[in-house]
Design a protein. Structure first.
Length: 470
């Protein structure tokens, strides 16, 4: 129950943190309604972007007293920002939402349990890559020691909620501690001499197996010098996908720098109202990357990339960091765009066995990074692939960071709706460009009993497989 003192503090925080011009920018036209996943699912005005903006404006003006129902509606938002692409006025809804959540988080009392969970998550775990490796190492122990099989065989796993039971079963195979610890900081480009058509399969197989191939490493004349944002989960739980990403960049002629002192992007902090923690992580990353002579920072996770781009907004009011943040944000690009810029499709003949493939957009890759065409161009260039567009591919799958754990009913409803569209085209492969989306699509496949008919993969893994012929 919210107290009067908390309501007053939250209203004052809204007035300090929210941009009134942005609140007034909303014309209440309703173009955002069909783009909003929670409105699609509930048909409730309060669960739409314009409805939530009206609630924010009411608290800001003092015409509405903040209460737990308002807090729940703001929490129910996935933060996918699809409304921003639909809005004719260009309302920056994502910024309003995060500032409102920050105002509430800083001024509402929390239980001891809530405080402990937030401290563990936002202060002790995600900002510390060593601890991230330790935690994922425990998952590896669970996978490799026989505990997983024992828990499933004895039924002990049933003490977990159904969603968590399914999630633990679809996690990728965790790499060993040495592989997570010994990460490269610099990689030279790989130049592959173009083979004849008859030599293509052999050359690709050599690349895949690291056997001797007509390649040379030449760091003096790279096609592009790039920095790579490795991420926290991507460089632990999804390490193989990061390695595939780096190999693709090398094969594209990129010289790659991977700062060892980079940190978590801060997206989970920002989306959860932990603005101070997000700003601290942003500063750590800006310092780590601005030491490098690179005008492109490559990401392979749409959620991370979108938040890195938002550093310019996050630190806009900090005189020491605003310009540095803007420079940093201007360098962020998704892997798919960089591959196309480097002539990846002109360098290689991509091929896979005949199969139907579709693409599920990462909300933040599409709506914030404005990247939707590039991944589709890459997929459609692969011989053997029949590409079929997924209906509502631009609608959130329900992952949204840890949203699928906090709002299980809504997330499950969204993935069930998504899988209905998937069944209409029955692809062999659902391609994604974000780790959360990847797990959510795997969850949907398993939940609907389709494991024997299709799989979900990250675009980097599929592209490397197509170029190497493995």
């Amino acid at each position: 129950m919210t107290t009067d003192a908390e309501r007053n503090a939250i209203q004052q925080a809204f007035r300090q943190k929210l941009d009134e011009d942005e609140l007034l920018n909303c014309m209440r036209c309703g173009f955002c309604l069909p783009a909003c996943p929670t409105y699609i699912m509930t048909k409730q005005e309060a669960a739409s972007p314009r409805g939530r903006i009206a609630l924010m404006k009411g608290v800001y003006d003092g015409t509405i007293a903040y209460d737990d129902d308002i807090g729940r509606q703001l929490d129910l938002c996935l933060g996918c920002r699809a409304c921003e692409t639909a809005c004719p006025s260009g309302v920056k809804y994502g910024h309003l939402l995060e500032n409102a959540r920050s105002a509430i988080n800083e001024n509402k009392r929390k239980t001891l349990k809530e405080k402990a969970i937030r401290k563990l998550t936002f202060k002790d775990l995600f900002p510390n890559q060593k601890r991230m490796r330790q935690v994922t190492g425990l998952v590896r122990l669970y996978q490799k020691s026989g505990l997983k099989k024992l828990a499933e065989a004895t039924g002990a796993i049933n003490i977990l909620p159904e969603t968590l039971r399914t999630m633990q079963s679809i996690l990728p195979e965790i790499p060993d501690a040495k592989a997570m610890r010994e990460r490269p900081v610099h990689l030279a480009p790989i130049f592959v001499d173009q083979p004849s058509a008859a030599e293509t399969a052999t050359t690709h197989a050599n690349i895949a197996t690291n056997e001797e191939a007509p390649i040379n490493h030449n760091a003096e004349n790279p096609v592009k010098r790039v920095a790579f944002f490795a991420g926290c989960l991507m460089d632990t739980m999804f390490l193989k996908t990061n390695e595939a990403t780096l190999k693709l960049l090398q094969l594209s002629g990129c010289e790659i720098f991977i700062p060892p002192d980079q940190a978590c992007c801060g997206a989970l902090h920002g989306h959860s109202g932990e603005a101070a923690g997000a700003r601290e992580l942003a500063k750590r990353n800006i310092e780590a990357f601005e030491k490098l002579d690179c005008d492109t920072i490559v990401t392979n996770a749409g959620g991370c990339g979108a938040y890195l781009i938002d550093y310019a907004h996050l630190l806009a009011d900090d005189p020491e960091w605003s310009e540095r943040a803007a420079r940093f944000s201007s360098c962020i690009k998704d892997l798919s765009e960089v591959l196309l810029e480097c002539g990846f499709l002109e360098k290689y003949h991509l091929s896979l066995p005949n199969q139907v493939v579709t693409f599920q957009d990462s909300c933040h890759l599409r709506n914030v990074m404005q990247t939707a065409t590039a991944p589709r161009r890459l997929l459609q260039a692969i011989d053997g692939i029949t590409y079929r567009e997924l209906r509502e591919a631009d609608v959130c799958c329900g992952s949204a960071g840890i949203y699928n754990l906090l709002h299980e009913d809504m997330a499950t409803g969204l993935i069930d709706r998504k899988m209905g569209h998937v069944k209409n085209i029955m692809p062999h492969v659902i391609v994604t460009a974000n780790p959360g989306c990847l797990l959510q699509m795997k969850f949907g496949i398993k939940r609907h009993g389709l494991e024997s008919k299709m799989e979900a993969v990250h675009i980097a893994d599929l592209l490397l497989k197509s170029v190497s012929g493995c």
